[in-house]
Design a protein around this ligand. Structure first.
Ligand code: F6R
Length: 247
């Protein structure tokens, strides 16, 4: 596990964008796995700038998103479909047919999960998977007590996650309680992982991810076993890793 600390959110975002950009330069038809949430927003802004400056070309890139809420239409401004189009896809030259987000409105969710997993395999697997992390150590929507063997599947969201995500909805009751998520197995099969974290609220999860026991109670702890994982951690999220360091 490679750990890079950043002094600020901006520095974290720029470094993350540089890594994604070099992946696309090295393999223009690569498969990227992407995340939503607050954490990668700065990275998407940087990547858009790089695209506008002609430093990177997404025309042959394929994208798979980690997750999507169930029972929320794509048009809903809280859906991850909306988030990705609004914050990233519409600003770059990725082809719409090459962008994939699980369909949380599918009638048969199990079949949708199988279809999604199969599609990733058909594309040869994910070259670089970007991850955020929940305060409870979730990655994607793989909540504590996860089965490490799971592929893309239906998940029940943890109370902490519902609480955390209620900031995006008008009330806590509006937050969906289920989602489709790539499983830990899907994530771990990615050739490279890039996990981003900022803010003190993530410090305990980051500590457990890096120094804790590998256990299903902390889904992100499995990253210790990945052969090519990089974490870019802003200093407040890294504070428990280096308790004596001056902040
Ligand atoms: C989002 C995702 C989640 C988030 C995590 C952190 O696609 O998979 O695991 O990365 O909940 O969210 P933020 O970045 O909003 O703190």
């Amino acid at each position: 596990m490679r750990i890079i600390t950043a002094d600020t959110y901006e520095e974290m975002s720029k470094k993350a964008a540089a890594i994604v950009c070099s992946q696309v330069i090295l393999k223009p038809d690569c498969v990227l796995g992407l995340a939503t949430g607050d954490t990668p927003l700065g990275m998407y802004k940087e990547l858009i700038k790089m695209y506008e400056n002609r430093e990177v070309d997404f025309s042959d890139v394929t994208i798979f998103n980690l997750d999507e809420y169930c029972k929320l239409s794509r048009e809903s401004t809280q859906s991850y479909y909306y988030y990705m189009h609004h914050n990233f896809f519409k600003h770059i030259n990725v082809k719409k047919k090459n962008t994939h987000i699980p369909n949380g409105m599918a009638k048969n969710i199990d079949e949708e999960c199988r279809r999604y997993e199969q599609k990733i395999k058909e594309k040869g697997g994910i070259d670089l998977q970007v991850l955020g992390i929940g305060a409870n150590g979730h990655i994607g929507f793989n909540e504590p007590d996860i089965n490490f063997e799971a592929e893309t599947h239906l998940v029940e969201l943890d109370e902490i996650t519902i609480e955390d995500n209620s900031r995006f909805f008008s009330s806590r009751d509006d937050v969906p309680t289920t989602a489709i998520s790539m499983g830990i197995k899907t994530i771990m099969q990615s050739r490279k992982l890039l996990l981003l974290a900022n803010g003190e609220a993530k410090a305990a999860a980051i500590y457990k991810t890096v120094k804790g026991k590998i256990c299903p109670e902390v889904p992100s702890s499995i990253i210790q076993l990945h052969p090519d994982a990089t974490m870019i951690i802003e200093k407040n999220a890294a504070k428990l890793l280096y308790p004596s360091a001056e902040q």
